[in-house]
Design a protein around this ligand. Structure first.
Ligand SMILES: Cc1cc2nc3c(=O)[nH]c(=O)nc-3n(C[C@H](O)[C@H](O)[C@H](O)COP(=O)(O)O)c2cc1C
Length: 180
């Protein structure tokens, strides 16, 4: 797809076919996602593909803050990408001091770019994704055995779409843009 069409036709997908997503296909998505820009090219966002059904169920059942909507999405997806970041690198000097007044802001900024790049890459390859922000970070860290400095920036279920949602309403360019 051309970039314009890819951007315009991506949707959050919350219902997936039972078909498994192969490791090769996940690697293809991550290879494309690795093109995302990052702070000083530090590339702190990382991706954990949870394909083990037991581990995925553990996250769905214990780390979705009783938000059954997200629990059901994760349970219904063949795989879950856990998007991680590392503390104290992105937006920081080698001596640990923040480079700007915005402190930890750039860590999430890079993760956001990585997430959208991944979602667009998946869409190009015929896969659907949805970014989930409602989850309990410490529970996910504990289930996956992540070290303290590795944070969870988003959960992204991934699979072959079993729905084709309409485009959700967007603000107009006039509402979004100020030219001064
Ligand atoms: C940071 C972020 C957090 C989100 N969290 C959730 C979530 O917890 N559950 C969910 O179903 N969708 C979640 N979404 C998806 C949004 O609801 C969705 O992107 C928005 O409604 C626009 O729809 P579209 O992605 O199909 O264009 C999240 C999206 C973003 C960017």
């Amino acid at each position: 797809m051309q970039a314009k069409e890819l951007i315009e036709t991506r949707r959050s997908i919350r219902k997936f076919k039972d078909t498994a997503v192969t490791t090769e296909l996940i690697k293809e998505v991550i290879l494309l996602a690795s093109n995302a820009p990052s702070w000083k090219n530090t590339q702190t966002p990382g991706y954990i593909a949870v394909t083990d059904p037991a581990k995925k169920t553990e996250i769905a059942e214990n780390a979705t803050m009783t938000f059954s909507h997200n629990k059901d999405i994760i349970n219904g997806a063949p795989a879950l990408i856990v998007l991680t970041t590392e503390d104290g690198i992105c937006g920081y000097e080698p001596d640990g001091k923040p480079t700007t007044s915005k402190g930890t802001h750039w860590q999430s900024f890079d993760a956001g770019i990585a997430a959208q790049t991944l979602c667009l890459a998946a869409h190009e390859l015929g896969l659907g994704t949805v970014i989930l922000g409602i989850y309990q970070e410490d529970k996910v860290q504990q289930i996956l055995g992540l070290p303290e400095n590795k944070k969870v920036s988003a959960l992204i279920p991934i699979g072959f779409p079993a729905e084709a949602p309409e485009k959700r309403k967007r603000k107009t360019v006039d509402e979004l843009l100020q030219i001064v």
